[in-house]
Design a protein around this ligand. Structure first.
Ligand code: PLP
Length: 359
């Protein structure tokens, strides 16, 4: 198999070891004469997968006994609705830090349920940064503070959890989930679509703090949209094959050394690329240095024509999916956990040559 260097923002590259194992499980799971995709989600085999994935997440994130984990459908986008549906009442306020496209989509949904206060927005500067703690203007009594830990489109990332005076965080961690350790005790909810760092698209991981869950509003919330429904048991048919693959990725993350390992690995990869960008002004980083993401590096070239040429020539070197998000243009290199260092090195060498020929 000749795998290309895949910089897709999502669905993104998966570890080749995991793909190989999943191919076996797809054909026949543990000599059972059936694929894992052909088994009941009430079977002992699937229940073991579900439990193992949850205990691996608990260990990787240091969750202890304080959290419940769910594997849901509907994407991170459905969490934009489900979180406020469960936790924000008409007469209440939730604070939403506005750092870009995905925060905005979350804000739009939350407004359907209650008041939304923006303690910070970088919209005036084209979402080129995330706030420092002293810039947060929190409301008096928010039920939670929502933030997007990594902004996939702009290429910014919170260096650590925002300070909220004890108010629980609700976090869209879709594009940096399991890329580095977090302080779990700060969160009420962490949610992430799997398709960047933990598996194929189709399953959404939702982690909720038990004491936060106790505050959930169940009145007039449809059964399937209540978090309680999914924390008590497997309510309806889960995306079983996807959870199986997520579990394989979680095992792979553990084998490699867990989140501390990936923090270092991801910082090293991003460092290589940002050093190349910063060498002179041929490439220009699209966001402020202190806010740069180690997952999605965004940058510009001197003209849109050169950017187009860059993308075309990159593919000739097996460097794929480097085009920036359609709403902002430019170049975006996504370097999630499974992106090998060699891919970033190949990209950096290509960028060096491209500059020498066109600078
Ligand atoms: N949030 C972030 C930060 C994302 O990057 C994305 C998708 O790229 C989403 C939410 C939407 O996720 P989904 O397509 O799973 O609804």
């Amino acid at each position: 198999m000749n795998r290309v260097h895949n910089f897709s923002a999502g669905p993104a590259i998966l570890p080749v070891e995991v793909l190989k194992k999943a191919t076996e499980g797809l054909l026949e799971y543990k000599n059972k004469g059936r694929s894992i995709a052909e088994m009941s989600h009430r079977s002992p085999e699937y229940e073991a997968i579900d439990q193992q994935a949850k205990s691996r997440l608990t260990e990787l994130l240091g969750l202890g006994d304080d959290f419940k984990i769910m594997f849901l459908q509907g994407g991170a986008s459905s969490q934009f609705m489900m979180a406020p549906y469960n936790f924000l009442r008409e007469d209440q306020t939730a604070d939403y830090i506005d750092t870009g496209r995905w925060s905005n989509k979350a804000i739009k949904e939350a407004k359907l349920f209650g008041n939304v206060h923006r303690p910070y927005s970088s919209s005036d500067s084209g979402y080129d940064r995330v706030p420092e703690n002293h810039e947060l203007d929190l409301s008096d009594d928010p039920v939670y503070v929502h933030f997007t830990s990594n902004n996939t489109v702009a290429g910014t990332q919170f260096p650590s959890e925002p300070e909220t005076d004890g108010v629980p965080l609700v976090c869209d961690a879709s594009s940096d989930f399991l890329s580095r350790p977090i302080d779990a005790s700060r969160y009420g909810i962490i949610y992430a679509g799997a398709q960047k760092n933990v598996g194929p698209a189709g399953v959404t991981i939702v982690i909720i703090r038990k004491d936060f869950l106790n505050r959930a509003n169940t009145e007039n919330v449809p059964t399937i949209l209540q978090y309680q429904t999914h924390t008590e048991k497997i309510f309806n048919t889960p995306p079983a094959f996807n959870v199986y693959m997520v579990n394989l990725v979680l095992g792979w993350i553990q084998d490699k050394g867990g989140l501390a390992h990936f923090k270092q690995y991801n910082e090293e990869k991003a460092g290589l690329l940002y050093d190349e960008i910063d060498k002179d002004d041929f490439y220009r980083g699209a966001v402020e240095k202190d806010s740069r993401s180690i997952m999605n590096a965004t940058f510009r070239l001197p003209s849109e024509e050169l950017e187009q040429q860059f993308l075309e020539e990159a593919e000739e070197h097996d460097l794929y999916t480097l085009k920036g998000h359609r709403s902002v243009g430019g170049i975006r290199a996504s370097m999630y956990n499974a992106c090998p260092r060699e891919s970033v090195e190949t990209l950096v060498n290509f960028m060096d040559d491209f500059r020498a020929q066109n600078g």
